[in-house]
Design a protein around this ligand. Sequence first.
Ligand code: PHE
Length: 344
Amino acid sequence: MSLPAFIAALDLLAADAPARIGAAVDLEAWTEVRNALVGRQSGRLTDIMAGLGALAKEDRREAGQRANSVKVAIEEALAHRHAELAAAAPKSGSSFDLSMPARGRWKGAVHPVSLVIDEVIEIFRELGFTIALGPEAEHAWYNFGALNFPDDHPAMDLHDTLYLGDGQVLRTHTSPVQVRTLQQYPPPVRVLAPGNVYRRDFFDPSHAPMFAQIEGLVVDEGVSFADLKATLSHFARRFFGSTTQTRFRPSYFPFTEPSAEMDVQCGVCSGSGCSVCKQSGWIEILGAGMVHPAVLEAAGLDSERFTGWAFGMGPARTAISRHGIPDIRILYDADVRFLDQFTR
Ligand code: PHE
């Protein structure tokens, strides 16, 4: 073999070695490439070197030096690639077990009270109601005075209401939003006012010091109690099911006249009596009535021209009777194991 042929063979090897080394995708492939390039048994470099003895004596020194520098370059490239592959490879003993069942993913859930609020809003939205909001720190006048509470009404007692000073209270119901809405928008008015309210109560199985309410208000010319009954009965059938029975009982609120409470047939026992409905077969779900003329006047409306009706419901109560939840406090515990199970 001549020196130029020897050098050409080395150059060819040096030229294609980097691509072959780079193409090794794992340590096994790397070992194969190493053996093919510089392996003692059948590596290409070894084969070329075997031709060294056949060269002219005076050419051997240069040929040997050339071969050595190619060898060093290839070994460097191999070492570099080996380090890359070793870093990417799974540690021995912890390789993936593809037969292992996947870990269940935790999906968030909507709180059962929020679910009720969303559904109520949706049902009334179909009837043309929009949303109105008011402050939770409210003037006593909006919470009581404008709503026709007499000055000595027991609800205004320090034992029942949280006073903030400066004539402000934490609103005890969402009814003040009735007055704020009527002051701001001329009839026809059809609004729903969801929000939190506060009472000076201790937690027990059926009471909480803070809870959500949903207020509804309709004011226009010629609005009657028949509209109230029809709309709320429609709501009950949409919410609880198309065969749900409702009943209206006379009641009293300072801001409505006449006033009523609406009961729906107990969904847990279908009316036959159970612990959720206290054996009565009925669940009270809301208070309602015709807006008192004094409230319309307090909001600046002519009570001879306009009439209206309003209702207030507690979505926590509704969630409780819907799911047969034995204790309202569970709704406040933020225990995801409990809250997780409710979906639409
Ligand atoms: N605000 C009343 C309550 O908190 C409920 C209600 C609202 C009653 C509107 C009649 C009309 O109990």
